[in-house]
Design a protein around this ligand. Structure first.
Ligand SMILES: *[C@@H]1O[C@H](CO)[C@@H](O)[C@H](O)[C@H]1NC(C)=O
Length: 218
């Protein structure tokens, strides 16, 4: 990894640590290492492990240099540093991903309800765009190349696809430990129970059979 990439990642993390306090709750102790044996969630965070049993291993996660397996219909892989995989992150208002995209890999249009997203491309190139809310619906889109950093404001719908003819690798920071994700095609077409197809056909100005077909394949 080049020193430029490391600088960008470091700046991204420092930046998000300060912004994070404006969103996720401010911690009341040095740390609250996630106790993954307990299911109960307190305000979206896991219960704290007994501080006397906390070790340095709770604050390290290895393997972010390794490519993910992109053999799936989206051609993408997501490796996560969250309170689940890195228990020391619990309650600190931050999470992080490694994203691998095969050629033609993409994420469907989606949004994160609880976090701004910062994308650092380390290899290849991504075409990323976000859409402002009603009434403008402006689409701000860029090709984000190796060494570029792109920000997606909290809650806005965005599109992401590989722009390179080869694999693309990006690191992604969120200013929430639990940013959440809603894929628009799935939310609209694969809700359980299904959203009424006549209603959707009016919303999309599309015939009911087409809506029913889309609902059946999602
Ligand atoms: C990648 O995932 C596919 C589909 O799940 C699987 O068949 C394949 O063995 C995996 N490849 C590796 C290298 O793990």
């Amino acid at each position: 990894m080049s020193s430029m990439s490391i600088l960008f990642i470091t700046l991204a993390i420092i930046n998000f640590m300060s912004i994070a306090l404006a969103f996720d709750a401010r911690p009341l102790q040095d740390f609250c290492v996630a106790d993954l044996t307990k299911k109960a969630q307190i305000g979206g965070a896991a219960p704290c492990k007994d501080p006397e049993r906390v070790t340095a291993n709770d604050f390290i996660l290895s393997g972010f240099h390794l490519p993910g397996n992109t053999s799936n219909s989206y051609g993408v892989s997501v490796t996560s540093a969250s309170a689940t995989t890195l228990p020391g992150l619990n309650t600190l208002g931050l999470s992080f991903l490694r994203v691998d995209l095969a050629p033609n890999g993409f994420f469907p249009p989606h949004y994160h309800p609880r976090a701004t997203e910062l994308v650092v491309v380390l290899k290849g190139a991504l075409e990323i765009g976000f859409i402002t809310s009603n009434p403008t619906y402006n689409y701000f889109t860029k090709v984000v190349r190796k060494g570029d950093v792109f920000v997606v404001p909290v809650g806005l719908v965005h599109t992401v696809r590989n722009h390179a003819r080869r694999d693309t690798v990006a690191m992604v920071a969120f200013n929430s430990q639990n940013p959440g994700v809603t894929n628009l095609p799935n939310a609209i077409l694969a809700a359980k129970p299904a959203v009424d197809s006549v209603y959707l056909s009016k919303a999309f100005r599309m015939d009911v059979d087409t809506v029913k077909h889309l609902q059946s394949i999602f």
